[in-house]
Design a protein around this ligand. Structure first.
Ligand code: CDP
Length: 233
């Protein structure tokens, strides 16, 4: 069902740790509601890819303010479920594990956070969006009518990420083991939660949903019902 009339358009913020099911839930929920889905992780991944391709990752460790040169005039757009960075389709490239390993560092830089926050606020201005990330309910849209905090066991999250990487690369060659992925995910959770600017944390009004034992359909249905309560006028 696609609800459009007799309802008010709201902002739905879905936050949570790595591989907790945010993007799958957010995408399917947006489709059911006829809303726009905005994957803010893809935006941080795009900046990371840009830094990587410019050979700037090492330099930024000592000169974080120089990230402004990367951000000047940067164009990140979502079109038909593809991610375009400066007009180029980077949908697959930003999921590469090389990007995953550096994205927490790039996301911790203040100029990066400030710029992407402004872009995200502009994207949600007209409401009617589902936005997922780490700081959407706490920093980007603290007035979001519905805030969800998705969690899942680390071992389950590592298995999901492994299955996703194997599917995308057409086999298990070059895919890290489940154990390695679990270590990387836990390390990323720690960096995201401990950083100074906009750390990962649950907003006091957020509804916590544990997706460990749930199927995708179950977790989408659960969040969809919460959304219907908020959109009813
Ligand atoms: O899909 P996965 O859970 O692996 O991560 P993602 O949503 O693609 O986000 C990748 C990384 O971007 C996170 O680990 C954070 O470091 C950063 N991020 C952030 O800092 N703030 C957001 N709103 C979204 C992502």
């Amino acid at each position: 069902m696609n609800i459009t009339s007799g309802t008010r358009k709201i902002i739905i913020a879905i936050d949570g740790p790595a591989a907790s099911g945010k993007s799958t839930t957010a995408r399917l929920l947006a489709r059911k509601l006829g809303y726009t889905y905005i994957d803010t992780g893809a935006m941080y991944r795009s900046v990371t890819l840009k830094a990587f391709e410019a050979g700037l990752l090492g330099h930024l460790q000592d000169h974080p303010d120089d990230a402004t040169s990367l951000l000047e005039g940067i164009d990140i757009a979502f079109e038909a479920e593809r991610v375009l960075l400066d007009g180029k389709d980077v949908t697959e490239a930003i999921r590469d594990n090389r990007v995953s390993r550096h994205v927490s560092f790039v996301s911790s830089l203040k100029p990066v956070r400030d710029t992407l926050k402004q872009m995200q606020r502009a994207m949600g201005e007209k409401r009617g969006v589902v936005m997922d990330g780490r700081d959407i309910g706490t920093v980007v849209f603290p007035d979001a009518e519905l805030k969800i905090f998705l969690v899942a066991d680390a071992s389950e999250r590592a298995k999901r990420r492994y299955t996703e990487l194997v599917r995308k690369s057409g086999g298990s060659n070059n895919v890290p083991s489940i154990k390695e992925l679990e270590q990387e995910i836990l390390q990323r959770d720690r960096s995201d939660a401990e950083r100074t600017h906009a750390p990962l944390k649950k907003h006091q009004d957020a509804v916590e949903v544990d997706t460990s034992g749930l199927t995708i359909d179950e977790q989408v249905a659960l969040v969809y019902n919460l959304a219907l309560e908020k959109t009813a006028v």
